[in-house]
Design a protein around this ligand. Sequence first.
Ligand code: SF4
Ligand code: MG
Length: 323
Amino acid sequence: MSLLEVRDVEVRFRSRSRGAVRAVDGVSLTVERGQVVGLVGESGCGKSSLARAVVGLEHVSAGQVLLDGAPVAPLGWRRRTAHDVRLQMVFQNPYGSLNPRRTIGSQLRDGLRTPAGAADPAGEVRRLLDLVGLDAEAAERYPHQFSGGQRQRVVIARALAADPDVLVADEPVTALDASSQAQVVNLLVRLVDELGLGMLFISHDLALVREIADVTAVMYLGRIVEAGPTAQVWSSPQHPYTRALIDALPRISAAPTLPVSLLGEVPDAARIPVGCRFRPRCPHAMDVCRTDPPVVQLGAQWSACWLPAHGATPTTTQDTAGV
Ligand code: SF4
Ligand code: MG
């Protein structure tokens, strides 16, 4: 049994301008204790909808989210049970997720669910601040008195106040400057390790996910198209979309290679192509790609693509040009 299991989750909604939108369309993944699972993809691929669905902030249209085998209630934030609060979200924007009119200490005390929290709230607030690298005096101060990086530390302390087992971090450092980014990422990774948490780390930054994630899942237009141990996904991507994301990264290599950019934009989730969703942008598209691609397993790695069935692996466009 996994610590967190996301099973066939769908998030659908109707939008006045776009009609029926399938933001998340049958996503399954697991997160174990002490594990960082990185979820990557371009903006608009459904990563944030999935994150919100996992923590109960978005309606799950179908499928289930299980924590230690028990379903997490698909309810609003306020009605979350003691079981549900074991899943905590760290949002992108530390400015928006704190109350500007209340001290850090009072905001932390409000969320306390730890065993020691009831006996000694003040002591527990000090322990939480220490855990995220802030001084005890921070408890008396207000959010505006902190830098962006410090505020994100406070947000993390508040998530920890709930005594969570899983953190869902949606672009947690995107709003921060480069040096704070590294510090906050290091903090999150250390906490996962020290406290035995599981973390679903959502980011458009493939290089960052490569650094910290044990497992990488690549999302495209509402679905995971490839997943596996990070080193394996990175060294031998099986899906052309993963290949294209990696090729789009700036390279530091002796042999200059043409940067292969992704052609076009992610289609609107209200107008999903039939068959393989990546087909309109895929350099390898074939007739068969008009039908749903099979899932191909390669050890612990898997991808959903017709290419392996045809005895091929995705190449960069430069490789293709050389053939
Ligand atoms: Fe490209 Fe076809 Fe694979 Fe889709 S199934 S990624 S179109 S080769
Ligand atoms: Mg997002």
